[in-house]
Design a protein around this ligand. Structure first.
Ligand code: ZN
Length: 262
């Protein structure tokens, strides 16, 4: 297995994973979505709400606000010593108190842990008009994406096969493929058609259709995959990928132990 990073930012990553099967690639994608614990608001006590929004809708909106998560500080509620009752090791409390006229943003949520705060300050929650009030306490806990979408740390990650683009010797450099490709994969260099951005290829095969003499062949390498990952800010992109790999490893170890005990 080989990993080649094409682009690594704080919230976005693009990399090539090669020497793996399509099933493993899909396992990594699913692990990123479903198997990484993430903090999200799960319980809300609303003391006063004279806004135009129902309590339930408000609680739902609060749940979907991405929270920065430090997994070294918290345990899953079901694995905590408090046995699910809720304590400082498994949950974080937020308070919010606002009176209109104003726009209530995610930054108005005051956290009991300075490290567990909304990933973005400017997410609008509700607009309060003159005289309208909102007072609430919200409790966040760790959960998995397979339980609820609010616990997913990533926008659905995608992957595609690494394309193999072959230009044969009989190419007459008519440039029709260069014009036909919507993604700028080809260019003309010294009167020869060359591949300049192979990873942009979506394998639409328009270049093959445009070529009158069948000089281009596009196929897929089914052992190498280009991944695109974007997080919601709860983790860095690099942490999401490594934690997904850890989750797969933990499952494999658990399966191995079960198989040995049979
Ligand atoms: Zn606890």
């Amino acid at each position: 297995m080989k990993l080649e990073i094409l682009d690594l930012g704080d919230r976005k990553a693009r990399f090539i994973l090669s020497g793996v099967t399509p099933a493993f690639s899909n396992a990594l994608r699913r692990a990123m979505l479903a198997d990484i614990p993430k903090m999200a608001i799960d319980y809300v006590d609303i003391y006063d709400n004279t806004s135009v929004m129902f309590d339930e809708m408000l609680a739902h909106r609060l749940g979907l606000i991405p929270l920065k998560t430090n997994l070294n500080m918290y345990k899953l509620k079901e694995e905590c010593d408090c046995k699910g009752a809720g304590c400082a090791l498994c949950q974080v409390t937020f308070t919010l108190s606002a009176e209109g006229p104003c726009m209530v943003h995610s930054r108005d949520l005051k956290s009991s842990d300075p490290e567990t705060v909304p990933a973005d300050d400017n997410i609008p929650i509700i607009e309060l008009k003159e005289g309208q009030k909102l007072v609430l306490t919200a409790v966040a806990r760790l959960g998995h994406g397979k339980e609820h979408a609010k616990f997913q740390p990533v926008c659905p990650p995608g992957y595609k096969y690494v394309p193999i683009i072959e230009i044969s010797e009989k190419c007459d450099s008519c440039k029709q493929c260069v014009e036909a490709c919507p993604r700028g994969v080809f260019a003309v260099d010294k009167n020869k058609v060359v591949v300049v951005s192979p990873y942009e290829c979506s394998m639409c095969e328009l270049c093959m259709e445009a070529c009158d003499i069948n000089a281009i062949k596009v196929s897929a390498d089914n052992t190498a995959f280009i991944f695109s990952v974007e997080t919601d800010g709860s983790f860095s992109a690099g942490e999401v990928v490594t934690r997904a790999a850890d989750a797969i490893r933990a499952k494999a170890v658990a399966l191995g132990e079960v198989m040995e005990s049979l």
